[in-house]
Design a protein around this ligand. Structure first.
Ligand code: CAA
Ligand code: NAD
Length: 396
């Protein structure tokens, strides 16, 4: 197995910063790489703030200071030279296949002959990303959840050409990374299918969301009322979470699902307009909400949740996820429904659908038929495994 000491985190925006922070805290030497000095310097400062917070809580280990940890952090704007002495690249650049392919090739052309390229893609085929880089056996997925330092789940994905050695090294690295809340949970992903486990489980809820967003806009209902619909049931409502993840990421993800799973995933009018206007959510300071002014002490938007829209139904959302969880089992992406439920809890802080679904699925079948008719989205119709209830036999 490859002995990993030096890691390059490539693309140090929202995700890359978090990945670099936990890698530094695990003891790796980390080089931050992005397209210009300003972005790299901003990331370095953000990471330093995060490490300092951990130091103040005594989470760095006996006698270890922020300065010790940041002393292992280098900066670069040139991937080709940064990979020269690296053992692994973890990329978190924009969710675009051509960019991921390009950086995997630069890595393999310039890195040592053992270097591993791990992608943090939310959705895209690891096999395709690695296909033309020259060493597809050394390409895999290590998929984190946002915010990285606080979210327990990491999915490790074996692409069609990933070697056992690469996969095992990636599992080792994932297992070595600290999480600041709860216990680290690693979900091995058995098949390279769009969205892997957690994102795929939640993917068709985007179809529902695009429909709800567009209806809400047509009716002129304030966005906060949609978040109010699930207040107390989810740590963030669907509007705040979409802003938090990034409108561009949401948009690219759904276009990818539209190409690979069903045209029903095509982003709706609201998200498309926001993407075109560069209102990308937290990262640009403006999305559905304003993320620059009138923030809560935790740096989040102040949302008026006093009135519910009655448009987004948590039970429908669970039914949709159960159906997709059954598709994941049909496709052999996860070994059983326990992994799916556990991964969702660790990746989204929301229970997976099978716990409730075991008792409710017959009622939910009717709900899904009804929703598919109302929205005209065939993909929302219940699959065979859900309809027959045979998923009940597939716990592990
Ligand atoms: N380093 C060290 N400490 C940090 C830190 C960092 N980088 N970031 C935050 N902290 C600290 C905070 O300072 C805070 O400390 P105190 O308790 O001492 O104040 C503590 O960690 C907790 O932070 P918050 O108070 O901000 O956390 P919260 O309780 O409000 O929870 C949340 C925030 C975890 C984001 C929660 O709202 C949540 O679970 N939201 C849902 C997130 C989610 O669904 N993520 C998945 C999105 S999908 C995805 O990621 C996959 C994809 O491919 C798109
Ligand atoms: P982001 O826009 O915050 O950061 C992307 C960074 O990559 C930017 O700083 C950009 O300058 C840089 N970049 C772009 N092209 C580059 C190149 N050729 N070389 C070096 N740097 C380059 O995006 P993000 O939200 O951190 O998402 C990054 C990746 O992580 C995407 O693949 C996304 O799907 C995935 N992801 C995102 C989330 C999320 O919640 N945002 C969660 C899990 C996975």
């Amino acid at each position: 197995m490859t002995d990993i000491k030096n890691i390059v985190t490539l693309g140090v925006g929202l995700m890359g910063q978090g990945i670099a922070q936990v890698a530094l805290m695990a003891g790796y030497n980390v080089t931050l790489v992005d397209i210009n000095d300003e972005l790299v310097n901003k990331a370095y400062s953000g990471i330093e703030v995060g490490v300092k917070k951990s130091e103040e809580k005594g989470k760095l280990g006996e006698g270890i200071t922020t300065a010790d940890i940041m002393g292992r952090c280098k900066k670069s704007t040139d991937l080709a030279s940064a990979v020269k002495d690296a053992d692994m690249v973890i990329e978190a650049v924009i969710e675009k296949m051509e960019v991921k392919k390009q950086v995997s090739k630069i890595t393999m052309d310039n890195g040592p002959s053992h270097i591993i390229f791990a992608s943090n893609t939310s959705t895209m085929s690891i096999t395709e990303i690695g296909k033309d880089c020259g060493a597809p056996d050394r390409v895999c997925g290590i998929h984190f959840f946002n915010p990285v330092p606080l979210m327990a789940c990491i999915e490790v994905i074996k692409g069609g050409n990933t070697s056992e050695e690469t996969f095992n090294s990636a599992m080792d690295v994932a297992n070595s990374l600290p999480v600041l809340r709860g216990k680290r949970y690693i979900a091995p992903v058995l098949k390279d299918r769009p969205g892997f486990i957690v994102n795929r489980l939640n993917a068709p809820n985007h179809i529902y969301l695009h429909w709800v967003f567009d209806q809400t806009a047509e009716k002129g209902i304030p966005w906060g009322q949609l978040d109010a619909d699930v207040a107390g049931l989810m740590p963030m409502g669907p509007i705040e979470l979409t802003d938090y993840v990034g409108i561009d990421t949401f948009y690219h993800i759904d276009n990818y699902y539209a190409e690979t799973l069903s045209p029903d995933f095509k982003p709706g009018k609201v998200i498309t307009k926001m993407f075109e206007e560069n209102k990308l959510g937290r990262k640009t300071g403006q999305g559905f909400y304003n993320w620059k002014e009138n923030l809560t002490p935790k740096g989040r938007p102040t949302i008026d949740k006093s009135t519910k829209a009655g448009m987004f139904k948590a039970e429908i959302s669970m039914a949709i996820a159960l159906n997709e969880g059954c598709r994941l089992l049909e496709e052999g992406v996860a070994s059983g429904y326990k992994v799916i439920d556990d991964a969702n809890m660790a990746g989204m802080n929301v229970p997976g659908p099978f716990g409730m679904g075991k008792k409710q699925y017959q009622k939910w079948i009717d709900m899904l038929e009804d929703l598919a008719n109302k929205t005209g989205k065939e993909y929302l119709k219940p699959c065979e495994l859900m309809k027959t209830g045979k998923f009940l036999e597939m716990r592990k």
